[in-house]
Design a protein around this ligand. Structure first.
Ligand code: HEM
Length: 480
């Protein structure tokens, strides 16, 4: 307790107002995790746009004004993302921290390999994903001529997990390949439920069978097991070759890196796909408008409905689906709650403007919570309402959003910011679009009567796209 008092009374000039509670190590943790957005908005009201809160043994300085985000992002040397991310990821996924002395340049080279998620390679990923989705739809949804009921989140996971996995890691053509995929997905779902606890640094030993589940998942990615998957993507091949060059990494460490990449590629994509589909099915006018747009592009490319789910849209055509893109963005806006965190590497003064600056101490965290921007009524009118065409203006993607009459540089941030921005963002939107196009074009879909409206499960607030807080059943059948 005395330690806390000392910090409190020794607050230096220029440091933001501090709220710390009286319980050592815990501080304001409880209030924050109960409802981060409400908690932060109440502090913003009290202290203004920049304040520090003592949460779970850390001093976290929150920057709430979106116009100030860019200033934090620019201090790349003094406020680092990598060390923080590596610390959490290595413990969560079970590989040794990427220490520069032990693994020289590994971090930098991993980041360079992300180029395989963009540009020309994204064209290949788009095509492979298209083929995989067709194959999975044919196998999993054959001849659904009568209404079939299913829980919607489960439906999205069972189709999208496999499509994503096959596209990135390749196909196991051996007998039992599909059974193995179902096993991996089921393990993954169990691990994913425990993900927030692992990120919160709860020791894995205290989380029941999570340790053995993680071990099993990692084992799938041991070189001898990966060798049976054929036609893996360029990004996975590049990561394999790169990890092979570090002899200090044990086989299971390399496998744990591959497993971490699997989580990155589906952990947010699955809930994001669910929300995009859920909102469209809940809003028939939105579904009809998006359907029209898809029909239009199919007609313009001379394509007719094909019984084998063959729809061929290039990346450029997919990017041009403005209404579908807007509907996806709108579901990101409503359901993403990631926290962008950086760590001060030294004591220094962070300057925002000529007259605005704060002092930070080495080890302090600096954070944004973009959900407060996404739900800000000054930026988005009636922010609680789903408006599928919110991101369309004059038939083009709308990119001009304002606060206090000033245009915002960052107005939608489901993929993080600056150096830590998600390298898979283009592929993610691309795959959600392809999945929705097939569903919308081939199926009638309805939420089952009597289903209650689904809300957000805030247990992973701060970590990305939130999950639904209850199951929701819908029905689908092939269009006649
Ligand atoms: C809707 C889907 C997705 C969302 C919302 C999302 C969101 C994010 C966010 C917020 C981060 C930054 C984390 C931070 O700042 O701490 C991130 C990082 C990352 N994402 Fe995504 N992501 C998605 C899909 C994907 C996909 C499909 C891939 C790969 C195929 C991917 C690969 C990665 C990787 C590798 C990182 C770590 C980057 C680094 O090492 O700095 N993500 N993602």
């Amino acid at each position: 307790v005395l330690g806390n008092f000392n910090v409190y009374f020794n607050r230096k000039a220029g440091e933001p107002p501090l709220e710390q509670g009286w319980i050592p190590l815990i501080g304001k943790t409880y209030g924050f995790i109960q409802d981060p957005l409400k908690f932060l908005r109440a502090r913003q009201e009290k202290y203004g746009d920049i304040f520090t809160v003592y949460i779970a043994g850390r001093y976290i300085t929150f920057v709430m004004d979106p116009f100030l985000y860019i200033n934090v992002i620019r201090y790349r040397k003094q406020i680092d993302f990598q060390q923080f991310a590596d610390d959490i990821a290595s413990k969560t996924f079970g590989y040794p921290a990427i220490n520069e002395d032990k693994f020289p340049s590994l971090n930098e080279r991993i980041h360079k390999s992300y180029k395989y998620l963009q540009g020309e390679t994204l064209e290949n990923l788009t095509e492979t994903l298209r083929n995989n989705l067709q194959w999975i739809f044919k196998r999993e949804l054959p001849e659904v001529r009568d209404w079939r009921n299913e829980e919607m989140y489960h439906f999205c996971c069972r189709l999208m997990f496999e499509a994503n996995f096959l596209t990135l890691y390749g196909k196991n053509c051996a007998i039992g390949g599909h059974k193995q995929m179902t096993e991996i997905r089921s393990m993954f779902e169990k691990f994913d439920k425990m993900f927030p606890y692992l990120v919160a640094r709860i020791p894995i030993q205290l989380l029941g069978s999570t340790r053995s589940i993680r071990e099993k998942l990692i084992n799938y990615f041991l070189p001898k097991n990966m060798a049976v998957w054929k036609e893996s993507s360029e990004i996975v091949q590049a990561r394999k070759q790169l990890l092979e060059q570090y002899e200090v990494l044990m086989e299971k460490d390399k496998a744990a890196h591959h497993f971490a990449f699997l989580w990155a590629s589906v952990g947010n994509t699955l809930p994001a796909t669910f929300w995009a589909l859920y909102y469209l099915v809940m809003h028939p006018e939105a579904l009809a408008a998006v359907h029209d747009e898809i029909d239009h592009v199919l007609r313009s490319t001379g394509q007719e409905i094909d019984p084998d789910y063959i729809i061929h849209l290039t990346r450029e055509k997919l990017d041009g689906l403005i209404y579908l893109g807007s509907a996806i963005n709108e579901s990101f806006r409503l359901c993403s709650a990631s926290m962008n965190i950086r760590v001060a590497q030294e004591d220094f003064t962070l300057k925002f403007e000529e007259t605005k600056a704060i002092s930070l101490r080495k080890g302090d965290w600096v954070a944004f919570y973009p959900q407060s921007l996404h739900l800000d009524p000054e930026v988005y009118e009636n922010p609680e309402v789903y408006k599928f065409d919110r991101f369309v203006e004059d038939g083009k993607e709308k990119t001009a959003f304002y606060k206090n009459g000033k245009k915002l540089r960052d107005y939608l941030m489901p993929f993080g910011s600056g150096v830590s921005k998600c390298p898979g963002r283009f592929f993610a939107v691309n795959e959600i679009k392809q999945f929705l196009i097939l569903l919308i074009k081939y199926y009638d879909m309805e939420i089952l009567p009597g289903e209650r409206q689904v809300g957000l499960d805030s247990s992973r607030a701060g970590l990305g796209i939130l999950l639904p807080n209850s199951p929701v059943h819908f029905r689908y059948k092939l269009r006649t």
